[in-house]
Design a protein around this ligand. Structure first.
Ligand SMILES: [Zn+2]
Length: 255
């Protein structure tokens, strides 16, 4: 399996997933068709499917142009707001891409129809706008409890799973994480690294589940340091998981 990140719009990523055994390929989250079609050509890949994580324009805006260029593409998705949807999928369902197989993980909260594509054998997951490096998506169509449940599904994946996310927000996300856990050396080191990458315009994708467990405040609602920071700033904040997570998300919304 080969994964090629393709920058889209301001800070989005589409991902070309190529089954190297057959050259069959799928595209995760296409906002703009042209750069994707160029990459398909360069890889000499046979694009057969579109794999959108959710219906937002910056993840599906290129679907119609892709379908015009390559009629007959399969368009997967959970949400019927996805342009060109041909194959509705549900949690736990498996889809094929050449010799590769992906399992659908239903992870609502950013939108009510958000999914991840988990290529179990290849230890790879595409998480769209639900899980970023050191961040999570805004709660547009769900609440903190729902996002905790969705992220908890991703937390159970093997530690070495590569996580390909929807936006290049890593540097700012880690800067925010440091405000909650200033003594977390893993966050400090990764922030320094992300700053270098960003300066050189090198993508920080993918991350891993292990790295997120150590650095992502939205995986770390149990962290004593994070809780202590919140308690100092908001002495009346109840310290249950949902309250801690919701406060962290609210602070990030205005960071
Ligand atoms: Zn989105």
């Amino acid at each position: 399996m080969k994964v090629v990140p393709i920058p889209q719009l301001m800070d989005n990523y589409a991902y070309l997933v190529v089954d190297e055994a057959t050259q069959e390929a799928g595209i995760v989250d296409c906002a703009e068709a042209e750069p994707v079609l160029r990459e398909v050509e360069r890889e000499r890949a046979n694009l057969t499917s579109i794999l959108p994580t959710h219906h937002h324009y910056d993840h599906v805006g290129g679907n119609d142009d892709l379908l015009a260029a390559k009629p007959g593409l399969a368009v997967y998705g959970f949400d019927d707001r996805i342009p060109g949807l041909t194959k509705s999928v549900r949690d736990g369902e498996r889809i094929r891409l050449g010799t590769l197989e992906a399992r659908i993980i239903f992870i609502p909260a950013h939108t009510s129809g958000h999914i991840a594509y988990h290529f179990e054998k290849e230890r790879t997951v595409f998480t769209g706008d639900t899980l970023f490096a050191a961040g999570c998506g805004r709660l547009f169509e769900g609440n903190a409890a729902m996002m905790i449940e969705s992220l908890s599904k991703l937390l159970t994946l093997p530690d070495d799973t590569r996580v390909y996310f929807g936006h290049e927000y890593t540097e700012k996300n880690l800067r925010f994480a440091l405000t909650l856990e200033p003594n977390n050396a893993e966050i400090r080191d990764k922030h320094a690294w992300s700053l270098e990458q960003t300066k050189k315009r090198i993508p920080t994708t993918p991350t891993t589940i292990d790295s997120e467990k150590k650095t992502n405040p939205f995986f770390r609602w149990r962290s004593p340091e994070l809780r202590a920071t919140l308690h100092n700033q908001f002495p009346d904040l109840p310290m249950d998981d949902v309250s801690v997570f919701a406060k962290t998300r609210a602070l990030k919304d205005v960071f």
